[in-house]
Design a protein around this ligand. Structure first.
Ligand SMILES: Nc1ncnc2c1ncn2[C@@H]1O[C@H](COP(=O)(O)OP(=O)(O)OP(=O)(O)O)[C@@H](O)[C@H]1O
Length: 307
């Protein structure tokens, strides 16, 4: 199957600053692809080039097989772009905003009316349909931004840090909407600085640093690359923890911040885990809590930063 997005040796230079450095990215059809990186990593530049809003300095991007420079109109037809919230007319209502977008896209009156109805239903905007944009909550506005991006029924929606500024409940609600939309067939390309957001949302992640992709894959496989899980034991007191650590063959070490706690980084190997648990079993009477944590995307970030 043609990849939805194929970026090859993509470079973007602003003056003397290399924002993207020979970057390769493949986004599969149907995915929720998250570009993760800190401020200035190049996320917006990458998304804007894919969206045909900027031209690469060298290298190329294809969307649905169309080159974003030489076949920009064809590529653009596959893409839905969410506007910045403050770009919407504050005095218009959601139905007017969606209808205006249909006009801007050259859709006929009947199709505009149908699409507006469908999108109001899809995002539960019914009770706000006649309210002014200025009066909507942040979360409802983001849903309206997303609805605007969907008016022309694009194959992929591109969202640059869409949940910045939302409160935690509105973010969770927005993630649910995005996942639902994706399950109904729309691919998503999203940028974020937030590891948790990437973990919750993504089917695939590209970690960007200084204009390069430093890791790419499904969240589970990125975590697997880090390998180690952490086994933590709380013991009945500091003396018990010190004795346990001193006698440990598996390699448990005392936690410098908690004298009654020992920790072990367990490699992704069943024998190593069995050995650690056997030691814990021998001291079971002294253990008040046992906790095994899978690696998190935070661990992936730390591991990548150390390279
Ligand atoms: N128009 C421009 N002119 C000059 N430099 C730019 C321009 N746009 C971006 N840059 C620089 O390119 C680098 C990448 O910027 P970009 O906005 O793509 O990063 P980002 O990962 O989206 O960051 P943020 O999370 O802060 O939005 C940054 O160092 C930025 O200062």
């Amino acid at each position: 199957m043609t990849p939805l997005v194929l970026a090859t040796a993509l470079t973007k230079t602003y003056g003397t600053h290399d924002a993207l450095r020979a970057l390769d990215v493949t986004v599969a059809q149907g995915s929720r692809f998250v570009v993760l990186g800190h401020n200035g990593a190049g996320k917006s530049t990458l998304l804007e080039i894919i969206a045909t809003l900027r031209t690469p300095t060298s290298g190329s991007v294809r969307v649905g097989g169309f080159d974003t420079v030489t076949q920009a109109r064809d590529a653009r037809r596959l893409i839905g772009l969410a506007p910045q919230s403050n770009a919407l007319d504050p005095l218009a209502s959601p139905t007017e905003v969606l209808d205006f977008q249909g006009v801007a896209l050259g859709l006929g009156r009947r199709r505009r009316a149908r699409r507006t109805r469908e999108l109001v239903d899809l995002f539960g905007l019914g009770e706000h349909r006649s309210a002014r944009v200025a009066k909507l909550s942040g979360g409802t506005r983001r849903k309206l931004d997303l609805a605007v991006a969907l008016v022309a029924e694009p194959a992929v929606v591109i969202l640059d840090e869409p949940t910045t500024g939302l409160d935690p409940l509105a973010r969770i609600d927005f993630w649910t909407e995005l996942t639902r939309l994706n399950q109904a067939g729309t691919s998503l390309l999203i940028s974020t600085q937030d590891l948790h957001e990437a973990d919750v949302l993504a089917t695939d992640i590209a970690v960007l640093r200084e204009g390069r992709v430093v890791a790419q894959g499904p969240p589970a496989s990125l975590k697997q690359r880090v390998g180690a899980r952490t086994l933590t034991l709380d013991l009945s007191g500091a003396a018990a923890a010190a004795a346990f650590a001193a006698a440990s063959e598996a390699g448990f070490r005392a936690d410098p911040d908690r004298p009654d706690r020992v920790r072990l980084s367990v490699p992704d190997d069943p024998r190593a885990l069995a050995k650690a648990l056997t030691e814990a079993g021998d001291a079971a009477a002294e253990i008040t809590r046992l906790h095994l944590a899978e690696p998190s995307l935070d661990d992936v970030f730390v591991a990548l930063a150390a390279r």
